[in-house]
Ligand binder design. Structure first.
Ligand code: LLP
Length: 389
């Protein structure tokens, strides 16, 4: 995956840092566009996955919209020149300043998650004499079969309006004169690899649509959220997610009304495979049953393993030639942070590893750099890009 020129660049760049392969990102976007365009589907990129300016600019150049979950994300999307009519704004806890900013920029749609939120957006829109376009985020009660921290579409989760609340919400909407209902929004979770979960979502959306039709409410837009998973185990073999099967599934199972548009909010599937966290081995230390490889990157740079026990493939780029099993040793690959959970992998097979070796943590382009923190007063890792080397 990494050429010798790139590896020598890694050796002379201060670690840790994020490396982004711009070509991988562009290939992913081309495939995404080709497959979604087949059905006229509209894709919004979930900024929460990675909000680097350079990455956003590339994504925008493929005529993709923006999915935001905070006022600052909306601001970032506006600054990066995503068209306001291509920006959606979700989130269970939008504050007044964030709503006002989005109203001022006449974004495409607020994905609303509670009755009280509808009331607040209406009140703020009245003050500005604006009509806010809204979609109801409905909790479809569909299991995404993913990690419990990234499951969102079950009634026990905090997200969305529950099905049993719909009557009350629709009644209230009649009184909210500065809101225009333009769509329904769903999102069941993230890193979904069992595509049957999306089929279940489609079937549930069809039932919910029938409810709206029976209530004589016309819905122009159906937003099915994001969540398509990526292959953390074989990033080189499966570099680009199977967008063809994914979009076809929605085409096959969603029952659309005439002129209805379908929207998606993909994050991870777009940016995960283009990013790698590059780190250096600081120390090798003997443990009781294993060796520790102590890196100069930790949970502060890549929090997913500590937070979700997530797997990221770990490669020693300085010593790649030793690959047969009998030449490999087992290492607990850990970071320098004062927390036992600061561990990237236990009993990881690596060739014999030494102080100064370059270690790659793969598939880190989504929910990596954006989730980094300054805990232990750590410096923020910088980003470098393949086309600037
Ligand atoms: N739309 C909504 C409403 C969302 O909540 C999310 C992600 C997305 C779209 C984009 O989902 P994606 O296509 O990226 O799966 N930090 C976690 C992931 C949290 C996802 C939160 N919501 C992780 O590192 O796995």
């Amino acid at each position: 995956m990494f050429s010798s020129i790139i590896i020598s660049k890694f050796k002379t760049t201060p670690t840790p840092f994020y490396y982004y392969d711009v070509e991988v990102l562009k290939q992913t976007l081309s495939k995404l566009k080709a497959e979604s365009d087949k059905y006229g589907f509209i894709v919004h990129y979930a900024l929460k996955a990675n909000a680097n300016n350079k990455i956003l600019n590339i994504i925008k150049s493929f005529a993709i919209g923006a999915d935001c979950v905070s006022g600052n994300e909306v601001k970032k999307a506006v600054e990066c020149k995503f068209k306001p009519e291509h920006i959606v704004f979700a989130g269970v806890g939008k504050n007044d300043a964030e709503i006002n900013y989005a109203l001022d920029h006449s974004i495409f749609c607020f994905n609303c998650e509670s009755l009280q939120e509808l009331e607040v957006i209406n009140t703020l829109a009245v003050t500005k004499n604006k009509i806010a376009h809204i979609a109801l985020r409905i909790n479809p009660n569909v299991n995404a079969n993913t990690h419990k921290y990234i499951t969102t579409g079950l009634e026990e989760n905090k997200f969305g309006i529950n099905l049993w609340e719909l009557d009350a919400v629709v009644d209230a909407l009649n009184g909210f004169k500065n809101l225009k209902l333009i769509g329904l929004h769903f999102h069941i979770g993230s890193q979904i690899t069992d595509l049957n979960s999306f089929k279940s979502l489609c079937l549930r959306v069809n039932e919910i649509q029938t409810w709206f039709i029976n209530h004589k409410i016309n819905i122009e837009n159906i937003n099915v959220g994001g969540g398509l998973g990526v292959d953390y185990y074989e990033p080189d073999t499966n570099r680009i997610p199977d967008f063809a099967t994914y979009f076809k599934l929605f085409h096959d199972f969603l029952e659309l009304r005439p002129n209805q548009k379908v929207h998606f909010e993909l994050g991870r599937a777009i940016t995960a495979q283009c990013g790698t966290l590059i780190s250096k081995v600081l120390y090798i230390k003997k443990g009781v049953n294993t060796n520790f490889a102590i890196l100069d990157a930790g949970m502060t740079e890549l929090m997913r393993p500590a937070l979700y026990q997530a797997y990221h493939k770990i490669e020693n780029l300085s010593n790649q030639q030793l690959t047969t099993n009998n030449q490999q040793l087992k290492y607990d690959v850990v970071g320098p942070i004062c927390e036992s959970s600061d561990c990237f992998g236990k009993a990881v097979n690596l060739p014999e590893t030494f102080r100064g070796d370059i270690i790659a943590l793969r598939t880190a382009g989504a929910y990596g750099e954006v989730m980094s923190s300054a805990y232990n007063l750590r410096d923020r890792a910088k980003a470098i890009y393949s086309d600037e080397i």
